[in-house]
Design a protein around this ligand. Structure first.
Ligand code: 13P
Ligand code: SF4
Length: 322
């Protein structure tokens, strides 16, 4: 039996992890719940998920599931997306405090102002936006499909929100369009510096460098490969190099090691005071929180109906275009 006081304290001793995981899986079966997790989740949380994926794959899974409950181990905008694409389901977010700082860097009001200033432009919203922002956007993208989708749009002028790094990456690949790029950024990904990556390259000259497009353009410049978390996993585990320098949140290491433990994955460590760059809000989801949320069916994600309806259009358009 899981010790209640430990759950309340949000603490789990190493020797209790397995037991708690089993309890969560048992509950999920009893309640016909599906557990979805992003790659940046803690390893022990990834291990209880029915599916671990990048933002695009997770939104697809959420739209297709016939489970009664979706427990979403990720940040708020991901849970909102799940609710928007499958509104009859009960979506539970194990930590309602876990938002995405980049998503909070733009509001619906900001987007409406940009629309007024550029009435001939289409608004392309990175999926890392709040539901109200999606509701006033034309199409969503993720880091896995942004270039492809923007290339397919008819408009010659694009308002890209909120991530400046992904916006610049897309702009580079779609030179025939004009871009207005919002200056938001991902705090953890902006911690990586070109200097630090160059140092790693010097230390491991045989290694390939895989970078997430939320990184600073100077870091992206050094990359052998740029892609979403899933795309990085695919590249790093299958490329010829025996060593891969991986420039994204450290949660990815878990899947990399599971998929291909024979390779060496090097994550930068030098620049951050705690030794590795991690997304604290992603790490705000813990096993005790997942257990309590599912057991008591608390922390339900709710959105006004009109927001669901309006935010659904750009997400569905993305799923169709990709
Ligand atoms: P992807 O998993 O889509 O690459 O996104 C990374 C991310 O920052 C999610 O918040
Ligand atoms: Fe947001 Fe960056 Fe964390 Fe992703 S990694 S949830 S973009 S802060």
């Amino acid at each position: 039996m899981v010790q209640v006081e430990l759950i309340k304290e949000d603490i789990v001793r190493d020797e209790d992890i397995k037991e708690l995981q089993e309890e969560i899986r048992k509950l999920a079966k009893e309640k016909n719940a599906v557990i979805l997790a992003h790659y940046y989740q803690r390893p022990e949380v990834q291990d209880i998920a029915d599916f671990v994926g990048d933002s695009l794959e997770l939104s697809r899974k959420a739209s297709q599931t016939d489970a009664d409950i979706i427990v979403f181990c990720g940040v708020r905008f991901m849970c909102e997306t799940a609710k928007i694409v499958n509104p009859t389901k009960k979506v539970l977010h194990p930590n309602p405090e876990s938002g995405c700082p980049m998503a909070d860097m733009i509001s619906a009001k900001d987007v409406l102002r940009l629309r007024e200033e550029h009435p001939d432009a289409e608004v392309v919203a990175y999926v890392n936006t709040n539901a109200e922002v999606k509701a006033v956007s034309d199409v969503c993208v993720t880091s896995a499909n942004a270039v492809k989708i923007v290339q397919k749009l008819d408009s010659k002028k694009i308002i890209f929100i909120p991530d400046q790094a992904l916006g610049n990456w897309v702009k580079r690949h779609v030179p025939d369009k004009e871009f207005i790029i919002w200056q938001g950024f991902c705090p953890p990904h902006f911690e990586f510096t070109a200097r630090e990556v160059m140092k790693l390259k010097e230390r491991y000259p045989d290694a390939k460098v895989a970078v997430h497009p939320e990184c600073h353009p100077k870091v992206i410049e050094i990359a052998d490969f740029v892609g979403s978390t899933s795309q990085i996993i695919n590249y790093a585990t299958t490329c010829e190099a025996q060593r891969v320098i991986v420039i994204t949140e450290v949660g990815l290491r878990h899947t990399l090691m599971k998929k291909n433990p024979n390779k060496e994955y090097i994550f930068p460590e030098s620049m951050n005071y705690c030794g590795t760059v991690y997304c604290c809000t992603m790490k705000g989801i813990t096993l005790p929180k997942v257990y309590q949320t599912l057991k008591e069916e608390i922390n339900e994600v709710t959105l006004p109906e009109d927001i669901i309806e309006r935010a659904k259009r750009p997400i569905v358009r993305m799923l169709e275009l990709s």
